[in-house]
Structure formats: C-alpha cells, structure tokens
Design a protein around this ligand. Structure first.
Ligand code: OGA
Ligand code: MN
Length: 369
C-alpha cells in the first residue's frame, strides 16, 4: 500500500478506495484477496449436509450443496463468500431476469422519470444491443445501458434512506426462492426476501463507501449476487478509520454479510475485466441451459442471451437481497415526509473518477457523510 498517501482529513477507508479507484497508473492487485484454496486468511466453510435438497437447489440453478465451496475471512466474523455455486448455463437466466424482467413495473428504477411513454426498457434496447459493438460505437446509448439501479419488494427510498410499509411491490418469486436456498444453506432458515437493490455497473462505475443499515432487521443476513465482469470489493470496519480488505468478486460469486459483519463499511471502487482474456468469463461463455427443469424460470432463449451477452461485455450486475422487518416487527410511525426532488439515487452511482478525487459524490446511503 506504499502508493496510498493519506490526504489531510482523509479516513483510512477512503485512502484505499482512491487507491483502487485509480486508473493510471493502475493499482497493484497483489493484495486483493482471491477466494481460492491455500489463501492464509481464508477458512473453508462446511455447508450443513441436508440443509438444502439437491432438487430445491437445481430449481434455481444451483449446484448440489456438497459441491459448493465457501470461505470465511479471518477478522470478519459473519462474512461468508461462496465461489460461484451456479450450474453451468444457469447464470444466464438470472442475468436475463435482471435485464428483461426486474426493471419492469411495478418495480422502480433510476430511469422512471425518463421513461414515461418510452415503453419497455428491454423492448426499446434489444435490437440496438444485438448489433455488433463495432457498428454501435457511434450510436447513442440504449436505455438499458443507462440503467443504474432497480428496487424490488419494499422500495428503498434513496432520499429518506428508508423503507415504508405502503411502498411495496411483490418480491419476484424466483429471486425469493434463490435467496431462501442460499440462506438455508448458510444456516439462516428464517430469512425472508423483502427488499432488493440491483446495481448495474459499467467499466468506469463505482459504488461509494457505505453501510447498509436502513433495514430495521439487522439480525438477518444481507445476500449479494454478482454477474458479468469482475470487481474489487472493499470490506472495512464499523468506522471508516479501519483500513478495508480488498477482495475480488467474479461472476456467479455470492457474499453473505451477517452477524458482526452485517453493518461493516464497504464499497466497490473498481470494475475489472474478468481475468483470462475472453469477452465474458468462462462460466458465461457456455451456451445458456435450454433444459426446462424449473417451474420458476424459463430458459434464457438464444436471442435473449445475445442481448445479455452484448450488455455484459462491459458491465457487471449486482443483486442484493435484504430482510427489512424482524419477525413480528413493524415500521415506526412516520410524520409527514419531505417532498422529493431530482432523480433519486443518481448521485450514489458515479462514473466520474474526478468526483471521487474531489471528495466524493453526494452520498445517498447512511454512513456516507
Ligand atoms: C449494495 C452493495 C455491492 C456490490 O448494493 O449495497 O454494497 O457488490 N453492493 O455491488
Ligand atoms: Mn452495500
């Protein structure tokens, strides 16, 4: 970390964030933790045999539990990393859901203000996206490429940083089931998927330093799924004075933040092309599975996959799933809510490196000053 110089008034987290955010010269990735056997800071996790049946796992595209590999990281009690447990050809279905289905009403997305009368995001973008990227270079971005976030279930309010009892749509059944399977496997049988935030990143995007504390239930884990290009994840402490640990996330990987790790500061300073040189990581280079073995999700058709593939060449999708209320819990009584202005959430996702260098974009989430 010799290259990271602490600026006056700068906290230790931000120093490391700036280091990995930097493009030139690019940061040395030697200290970024890769989740593979033999890493001294990692402890292999044994998943409870019988916690999740092979049949239930297969319905959502997961391998049998006995084939999963997961790790705890020294110093981060309650943090669990599962290395891509998806069956070959199945991440494709989740990517298609994230691009084609989840942005649709009644779910909420950053483009809602621009989309009145613009029709469906997917329908309006797929033809252009499927054309070869060389031909598209000079064309305007499609709406799908302008998508930054989608909220599911209890809609996260980016202005007030809260969830509200009345601001709720049905949580997607397939994603709720995937979350149930993962949480069962990890020893959280009471998890309920009540809210989801999907983040859509491009090669110059980042996600600012924050803590996810808006959920009223902090005893349940936060589940996080990654698809597409890779990224660096920084996991810090309860204060920004603790220097974070950089970790590498690849397509298909799942993170579980629970217990003492549920309220830690974290951020995504950088998106990286997956290692190996191909356009897509090997797990996405196989054709989509066409077996109709799941009553929950249709196969991803070859034409749909062409669109997803074109999108993922330079993008990463992150899906986080949260439980908002504790068992038997309720929302606090609310007074009048302030009127909203502007496009919520836009300032939270930044693609302007200068913004970070100048002291950061306006922070939207709690703990982001
Ligand atoms: C979030 C989050 C991390 C990621 O949505 O709260 O921290 O990996 N996402 O994109
Ligand atoms: Mn987060």
């Amino acid at each position: 970390m010799a290259a990271a110089v602490l600026e006056q008034g700068e906290d230790a987290f931000r120093k490391i964030f700036r280091l990995y955010r930097r493009r030139s010269p690019p940061a040395d990735l030697a200290e970024v933790l890769e989740f593979r056997p033999g890493e001294p800071r990692l402890r292999s996790v044994q998943f409870g045999v019988g916690a999740l049946s092979d049949a239930a796992a297969a319905r959502v595209g997961l391998q049998p539990l006995s084939d999963w590999s997961g790790y705890n990281v020294d110093g981060f009690q309650g943090f669990l990393f599962i290395v891509n447990p998806f069956l070959p050809g199945w991440q494709h279905r989740w990517v298609r859901q994230c691009l084609k289905l989840y942005p649709r009403k009644p779910n909420v997305c950053n483009l809602d203000l621009h989309m009145r009368g613009a029709g469906d995001l997917w329908d309006g973008s797929h033809a252009q996206l499927r054309r070869k990227s060389s031909q598209r270079r000079s064309e305007k971005k499609t709406l799908l490429e302008k998508l930054r976030w989608v909220t599911l279930g209890y809609q996260y309010d980016w202005d007030t940083k809260k969830y509200y009892k009345e601001q709720r749509s049905a949580f997607p059944v397939d994603l709720a089931e995937l979350s149930r399977c993962v949480s069962l496997a990890c020893g959280f049988p009471n998890f309920k998927a009540e809210a989801g935030i999907l983040n859509y990143y491009h090669m110059d995007s980042s996600l600012g330093i924050h803590v996810d504390e808006s959920e009223l239930d902090h005893t349940s884990p936060l589940l996080s799924f990654s698809f597409g290009q890779s990224s660096i994840f920084l996991l810090g402490g309860l204060s920004r004075d603790a220097a974070p640990t950089p970790m590498m996330m690849h397509s298909g990987d799942i993170m579980v933040m629970s217990g003492a790790s549920r309220l830690l500061y974290h951020a995504v300073p950088r998106i990286l092309r997956h290692p190996g040189g191909g356009v897509l990581p090997p797990c996405l280079s196989v054709p989509p599975s066409t077996e109709d073995t799941s009553p929950l999700m249709e196969p991803c058709s070859p034409p749909d996959w062409e669109v997803c593939e074109a999108y993922l060449r330079s993008s990463r999708i992150n899906v986080t799933v949260r439980r908002v209320l504790e068992e038997g819990g309720n929302f606090p009584e609310e007074g009048d809510r302030a009127a909203k202005e502007g496009t919520p959430g836009d300032a939270y996702h930044t693609e302007d490196p200068e913004m970070e260098e100048r002291g950061g974009p306006k922070r939207i989430r709690p703990g982001q000053d």
